[in-house]
Design a protein. Structure first.
Length: 123
């Protein structure tokens, strides 16, 4: 896995011990404006991580799962707008945002197909 290693690590650590959520920002990420952002590759990696997490912890409910995806899609759509990405890219990210409103089982079924289509179209 090229991205999300830290999230995977923390999800495994938190299965063994308790943690807390801090309200303060501890880390900031700077994206250089000329750096090409691989939106859909990153979403795909995060999706793989989330699915492993859900398989490990069956107590996570649909509301929590949808919250994770909604925040993820919103984050990338917002970044694309700030970076003045193409209208086509923003529309695709908005499609993902709309998908997060669907029940989780529909999201889980459709997301890999959409992402593979988007990634292939971008090559």
């Amino acid at each position: 896995m090229k991205t999300c290693e830290d999230l995977d690590l923390w999800s495994r650590i938190l299965q063994e011990t308790k943690g807390i959520i801090l309200q303060e920002v501890l880390v900031c990420v700077y994206l250089h404006t000329k750096e090409k952002m691989r939106y859909f590759d990153n979403v795909l990696a995060r999706d793989m991580l989330y699915r492993r997490l859900f398989a490990r912890d069956m107590t996570l409910d649909e509301k929590f799962k949808k919250l994770l995806y909604s925040a993820l899609f919103d984050q990338y759509a917002h970044a694309a707008r700030i970076r003045n990405e193409s209208k086509d890219l923003i529309e695709k990210l908005d499609m993902l945002c709309a998908l997060s409103a669907k029940p989780y089982d529909i999201l889980a079924e459709k997301l890999p197909l959409l992402l593979s289509h988007f990634i292939e179209a971008g090559k």
